[in-house]
Unconditional design. Sequence first.
Length: 311
Amino acid sequence: MSCDSRRPVSKDQFEGTLIGLALGDALGAPFEGGPIERLLWRCIGRTADGKRRWTDDTQMSLDLAASLIANGRIIEDDIAQRFAASYQWRRGYGPGAAKVLKRIRRGMPWRQANRSVFASGSYGNGGAMRAPVIGIYYQHQAEMLEDACQQSAVVTHAHVLAIDGARLIAHATALAVRHREPVQIMSKVMGLRLDRAFERPLALAQQWLCGGHRPSPAEVAKQLGNGISAVASTPTAVFVALRFVHEPFTDMVNFVCEGGGDTDTIAAMSGAIWGAVNGYSALPVASIAQLEQAQMIRNVAASLFARRQAG
Ligand code: R7I
Ligand code: MG
Ligand code: MG
């Protein structure tokens, strides 16, 4: 195990981030929510040829990546149109996000739609679940990463807590591309200026990581959260990713699924961070073979890498 070695980012890490995200999403989706959501996913969670479907987390990440590939930077109007055009109820979007996207599709400007369901904008984790794309793309440009987090989240998630959740996940992914040591990544994450609501869960996560404490899935869910809000899921995803970063991907996803709650999104975010550290080549081959449109996602990651290299 290398100690905090600085590495040039590789295509393998771009692919690892996006496929790690999609795998976490698809493997976590059957365990998301309560009995009704799980039953529904049993009916619609497989493609005609038996592959595991991914959900809104992956769809929005692919839309964001496609926009960056096309434009080289974040253009809010473009990502709003792409998010709205891709919306399909069967991808399991959050209820508020679904309304926002349908309104944008009907012609409402995103600056109006993003505060039309909740007056201050949504504090859900929908802005954070796509933030790994920002993290890998801007991993060497801290200021641009900050702006891009804000811009990519705000079109659907205007609330400060949603934007800070996106910043946390994007920075954690960017740090994961360059460093391998969990404690090192965690201490850098602690230096981000986030809303006070993130302080307690992040401090506890750091304490656990530094002390070598191995909490159970139930303890993580209880102490850090497993909910649909950015505050109740993004510190959890960062902790889980760092706790399992040198252990098998599948063990990490099983841990998230055992913790319950917003399993697809927590596994998607931790899967992306895990993939950023370890790369595509470390992901489980058998699970990738079962993943809906895995090759397409890999191609998107490769194009994003090429766009990044082109400057
Ligand atoms: O954040 P969002 O896109 O949800 C993503 C989640 C992920 O788990 C996906 O996998 C998918 O399952 O959904 O969706 P939103 O609807 O914007 O936010 C999620 C939920 O948080 C909302 O439906 C509300 O229940 C709650 N919420 C709020 N409640 C009250 N006031 C978000 N913002 C507010 C608020 O301001
Ligand atoms: Mg989802
Ligand atoms: Mg979810």
